[in-house]
Design a binder for this molecule. Structure first.
Ligand SMILES: [Zn+2]
Length: 461
């Protein structure tokens, strides 16, 4: 029997009653949490130590449920930091699309693998990857192989766009749905259930109404999550208003794509009626504060959404607009952005932010029953964060230290389904240095090719 014990740490369970055990322990059998509670040092718990094949003394560390990164595009690790001063439309045309078109299937694997490692090492055990580049038929599989090899859990939302601004990235409805069905056959439930497939129409302006309507039926028939960029910038609202006289979210609702399995990504430019629609349809919003700030897209009405009872989860967004995948950094940005935006320091206390990253994330991916908190019966997706650091210690409230002090480099242990995939802050499944060197060599070649046509790739500073 594969039993594991994490003991002697501060355990933030994030369960409904929200108990904190200090010191506490989490005891795991196979891939499931069996016990969570207070750790006693009087010898009465030595039997747990004795029957564990792996034990981890979490003294000085906080133990949390794995973070759920609700939105990313892993392939974009290859274009992070090419330019840090472009608005969304220009950023797509001059950086994202050219690099996407130049990348080969093995590049998608390498790029995604770096992203998976970074997600794990910054505390995410679950990730929703919105993959919409299908220049080669094997691109999706390249990303999925990276997810399997790294040890992370997650969804690949099969992106699709029949009206993409870059013609070479357009696909027909038939291509999108056929390939999604193939992915469902070949990958849904792979790696002992770690891998799932979702539907990811790219956005409301790059998809025709006909395609969106069929996507609604497709996801209803197969009970899939629908993951869609909605109202990221104000210009996107103008596009659907001009075409259909509807705002982004109104169109999503009209075509039948708004429901409890829908993830509204960004949702920055939503009016009162649209917020009511999200609430009525019990959809989730995936808030990506770093990306919204980086691309100067705007500020989503997150405190209002939470007050209304809308489920708001968090995401890093792709490394092209973040530029990292540091899931702990997102917590601080979330709190700070909304405090300054509303000039109200009382907004978003640390526990609320942590809840968004864990419990709300699990709800958004339909996994409230087995993910998002440390409770007996749930999957053993567990993270420890080292608090004995000069930029964190001394600690008054672990929740505050996690949100405002810690960053991804402080993550020490990551367990996914009871398997240790990061230990002492290093991936145990992947030779990280080898992957990073290979990726840099490939990116240097791609930069050389792209610089001929796109001067932005030639800039060295
Ligand atoms: Zn995105």
């Amino acid at each position: 029997m594969s039993n594991k014990l994490i003991y002697n740490g501060t355990v933030l369970t994030m369960n409904a009653a929200n108990p904190i055990f200090k010191p506490g322990y989490v005891y795991v059998e196979h891939d499931v949490i069996k016990e969570v509670g207070e750790w006693k040092t009087d010898g009465s718990m030595d039997h747990l130590l004795a029957k564990s094949s792996y034990s981890y003394n979490a003294a000085g560390k906080v133990v949390i449920p794995g973070i759920i990164n609700g939105h990313t595009h892993l392939f974009q690790t290859f274009m992070r930091g090419v330019s840090d001063h472009s608005p969304l439309a220009q950023w797509l045309k001059e950086i994202i699309w050219p690099m996407s078109l130049a990348m080969e299937p093995e590049d998608f694997y390498l790029a995604a693998l770096i992203g998976c490692i970074e997600n794990l090492k910054s505390g995410a055990t679950y990730m929703m990857d919105h993959h919409y580049i299908h220049t080669y038929p094997e691109n999706d599989a390249s990303v999925l192989r990276a997810m399997v090899d790294s040890g992370i859990r997650g969804h690949l939302a099969r992106g699709g766009s029949d009206l993409a601004g870059e013609i070479r990235l357009r696909e027909t409805e038939e291509m999108i749905f056929d390939s999604t069905d193939r992915l469902l056959d070949e990958w849904d439930g792979a790696a002992s259930g770690r891998i799932r497939i979702a539907l990811g129409p790219l956005n409301l302006y790059g998809c025709s109404r006909g395609y969106l309507e069929k996507a609604a039926l497709f996801s209803q028939e197969r009970k899939l999550i629908s993951h869609v960029h909605v109202a990221e910038t104000s210009e996107q609202i103008d596009t659907t208003m001009a075409r259909y006289g509807l705002r982004n979210l109104e169109l999503l609702n009209e075509v039948g794509l708004l429901g409890e399995r829908t993830q509204v990504v960004h949702g920055v430019w939503l009016d009162d009626g649209e917020l009511e629609l999200i609430k009525a349809k019990q959809a989730s919003v995936i808030h990506c504060p770093v990306s919204n700030m980086y691309l100067a897209s705007g500020v989503a009405r997150v405190p209002e959404m939470l007050k209304m009872g809308i489920n708001v989860a968090l995401g890093t967004d792709g490394p092209g607009s973040n530029n990292c995948q540091d899931n702990l950094e997102v917590l601080k940005f979330t709190a700070c952005l909304h405090k300054v935006n509303e000039l109200d320091a009382t907004l978003l206390p640390p526990m609320d932010v942590l809840r968004m990253a864990t419990v709300n994330g699990a709800k958004a991916v339909g996994r409230s029953a087995d993910l998002g908190s440390l409770e007996p019966g749930k999957k053993a997706d567990i993270v420890t964060v080292d608090m004995l650091k000069a930029h964190i210690s001394p600690v008054h409230r672990a929740s505050s230290s996690l949100v405002y002090n810690a960053n991804g480099n402080d993550v020490d242990l990551v367990m996914v389904g009871g398997q240790v995939v990061v230990e002492h802050g290093r991936s145990t499944w992947i030779d990280e240095q080898e992957v990073l060197q290979r990726a840099q060599a490939r990116v240097d070649i791609l930069r050389g090719k792209l610089a001929v046509q796109y001067p932005i790739f030639a800039i060295i500073e």
